[in-house]
Design a protein around this ligand. Structure first.
Ligand SMILES: C=C(OP(=O)(O)O)C(=O)O
Ligand SMILES: [Mg+2]
Length: 426
């Protein structure tokens, strides 16, 4: 029996769009029986975890090798026939069908890019079918209270995201002490502008990295943190009180299997740990993501032991938004928080499972974009609906990044009852 809450699709199709790196990606459109269209598109990472769900690209080494023709063909030839064949009550049914069509366990056949674009479009269609906003639909799936997340603006880029010598990939500012999302975004914009001035004065011309953060010509993370602190103070704000700092080291990208490359020298995990302790002691750093390579689990445990009571130790490449990996990680005591990226695991349903697992084990969560982004704003609704209190979507500049922050502004206007997260008082 079908009810009027059930979703009937009459069409599922894909088109090739370009992501923010200029690489082809998929945008999927689903058409409902009442003639409405819903869209989803696939982002793409550069510093990826070993166990991420697989992105399907056409192959080869030239530009055309980056294409997504095969993925689009799957949508037309295999996905559309099954998704238009029956009525759907839950997203779990749709995503389960995608996983069964794929059959590999990590979307190696149809591609996680295909799956995530279809899944996001269907989540939007299902929320509409139930006549509720997307963030509310998400919160009902999880039993959470929607909340406006603290935006984590990535304002200095290094690692795999920039052509400079900074080993750490991301230096983020988090206006945790703002009273509203509007204030938080304003603070982000003002600090970004002040930072540009500071960097120009120190380095002359300064470019930007993949996520719109500046990419100064330095390998010294303490120098970057000093400049960040000054940029925050320029606007009359107090680092640590109004605005906190966060790092994504993305340490997979400077690890050779035994040592970590920092400031032109190879260092042991113990040396790197001392560096983090020094930085967290001297700067208002509240969160450190991927401090060590995903295989270096003893080092992760050590940093939780040393800093975990005051600093969020956030797993990205090590958990890859996978519920089971989060549960195992919690048991091993190797982190206290998990990054959440839908395309890392493949579907919205699996993303919600990862969020549930994090809830169960008492981990905080931060919803995240990818370095290769589209204008899709699903992650903003996800962060709000799941009540994570944290979202990172790049710099407060560049269209594909500000699309997410602007979506938060829009949600605040539509739903004034949404409160700004105040997790630092927990
Ligand atoms: C957003 C990130 O980068 P990428 O998308 O390249 O994995 C990250 O590592 O957190
Ligand atoms: Mg990361």
């Amino acid at each position: 029996m079908t009810t009027n809450q059930d979703l009937r699709l009459t069409g599922v199709s894909a088109e090739q769009i370009l992501n923010s790196r200029g690489h082809p990606t998929l945008q999927v459109e689903v058409i409902t029986a009442d003639g409405l269209s819903f869209f989803g598109s696939a982002p793409s990472g550069a510093s990826t975890g070993e166990h991420e769900a697989r992105e399907l690209r056409d192959g080869g080494t030239d530009y055309r090798g980056l294409g997504v023709t095969k993925a689009m063909t799957f949508v037309d030839s295999q996905i559309e026939p099954v998704l238009t064949d029956r009525a759907w009550t839950t997203l779990d049914q749709i995503d389960g069908t995608l996983a069964a069509l794929d059959g590999t366990g990590n979307f190696a056949k149809i591609g996680a890019n295909t799956a995530v674009a279809v899944s996001i479009a269907c989540a939007r269609a299902l929320a509409h079918q139930q006549r509720i906003p997307l963030h509310q639909w998400i919160s009902e799936q999880l039993g959470t209270t929607p909340v406006m997340p603290v935006p984590h603006f990535n304002v200095v880029n290094g690692g795999a995201h920039a052509a400079n010598d900074l080993a750490f990939q991301e230096f983020l500012i988090a206006p945790a002490g703002a009273m509203t999302i509007t204030d938080a975004i304003q603070m982000g914009a003002e600090i970004y502008a002040a930072l540009e001035g500071e960097l120009r004065a120190r380095f002359g011309a300064v470019g930007v990295g993949d996520e719109g953060g500046f990419a100064p010509d330095t390998d010294d993370e303490a120098q970057v943190l000093d400049i960040l602190v000054r940029s925050i103070e320029q606007g009359g704000l107090t680092p640590g009180l109004n605005v906190r700092l966060a790092l994504d080291a993305a340490a997979n990208s400077f690890y050779d299997g035994k040592y970590y490359r920092l400031h032109g020298r190879w260092r042991s995990a113990d040396d790197l740990l001392e560096r983090y302790v020094h930085l967290a002691t001297n700067y208002p750093i509240w969160s450190i993501e991927d401090p060590f390579d995903e295989s270096d689990r003893d080092a992760w445990r050590d940093i939780v032991d040393r800093l975990g009571s005051t600093v969020q130790i956030l797993g990205d490449d090590i958990f890859v938004t996978d519920a089971q990996r989060i549960r195992v990680g919690a048991k091993e005591g190797i982190a206290n928080a998990a990054l959440i990226k839908p395309n890392q695991v493949g579907t919205v349903t699996q993303t919600l499972e990862a969020l549930r697992a994090a809830q169960e084990v008492g981990f905080r969560t931060m919803v995240s974009h990818r370095s290769g982004e589209t204008l899709d704003t699903f992650i903003a609704d996800l962060a709000v609906g799941a009540g994570t209190g944290q979202l990172k979507a790049g710099a407060p500049a560049r269209g594909e990044r500000v699309a997410k922050y602007n979506r938060l502004t829009r949600l605040q206007k539509l739903y004034p009852e949404l409160r700004y997260a105040h997790w630092w008082t927990d």
